[in-house]
Design a binder for this molecule. Sequence first.
Ligand code: FAD
Length: 318
Amino acid sequence: MKVIEKINSQKGKPLFSFEILPPLKGNGIQSIYDSIDPLVEFNPSFINVTYHREEYTYKKREKGYLEKISMRKRPGTVAICAAIFNKYKIDTVPHLICGGFNREETENALIDLQFLGIDNVLALRGDPIKTEPHFNTTDGGHAYAVDLVQQIDGMNKGVYVDDELRDAQPTSFCIGVAGYPEKHFEAPNQTVDLHYLKQKIDAGAEYIVTQLFFDNQKFFQFVDKCREAGIMVPIIPGIKPITNLKHINFMPKFFHVELPEAFTKELLKCKTDAEVSAVGVEWCIAQSKELMQKGVPGIHYFTMGKSTATKKIVKTVF
Ligand code: FAD
């Protein structure tokens, strides 16, 4: 079932959903099931599965030569989506990114998803690969998420890359896109970022899931600004609890978000990961409760494959 249909038929009760990462190469599917099992009792509406493009490493060869090797550390997004639906009958949302794909490869990935009965996709540009200073468009691929949305929307209308295809069957994907309450780090300002966000909606995206944030006011202001800019689709807040000491610096740096002062005041009193986790979970519970009171269509939790903290939150909130 499509995410947008779930949102439209929720009857006022916000949806609970979460995101997982494919396991590192060499690990089995059981680690995925272990992270989903504790959350199944809360009836997740859908589960997102992230996509991770290739990374490059250099291996030392004879005579000191360095060989550049491309590897994908977390393959398996599409297969994991199919496995989850097969085991739990819960809808999945695979992430599809521009980086590393040309248009034909994107089309083939979408055909695989359609054959597997997957109705949803989150269309993203993807981050630059670690060894490159900025995002580089793959030859024959897309530069921005809006171009990917256009391709998927085109397939939904029966338009394929090979324009000589006759009577091509239209696909029927519900397309979600990313939004940034604290603006995307590359955008010169929020107005410009919202201009491009609107382009993604105008191109056929039906809902937005946000980047994580720790200050609900930033989310509420973002929603207001979206509405002023004519972006009228449902906006699902994405949130994540801070659960260890490293997160305190990692989260702002990696996700380009701020921690509110009142929150850091409490976090900095903590001496152990367990203490940080207790404070982080409480903060995330308070965030969730306020978001629900304000009538959000759902709350999306970034579990990053660890469900213990999310379970504590969801148990209290849903
Ligand atoms: P875009 O919408 O293309 O925007 C990227 C930047 O370009 C923005 O600054 C925007 O303002 C600007 N821009 C957009 N369109 C144009 C245009 N036409 N001309 C000029 N500028 C433009 N990354 C992964 O690799 N895998 C994942 O699974 C993944 N999952 C994510 C899930 C969520 C909920 C979120 C919020 C992010 C996720 N990301 C993931 C990270 C995401 O790929 C990065 O944040 C990336 O840098 C931007 O992706 P986007 O889809 O928002 O890009």
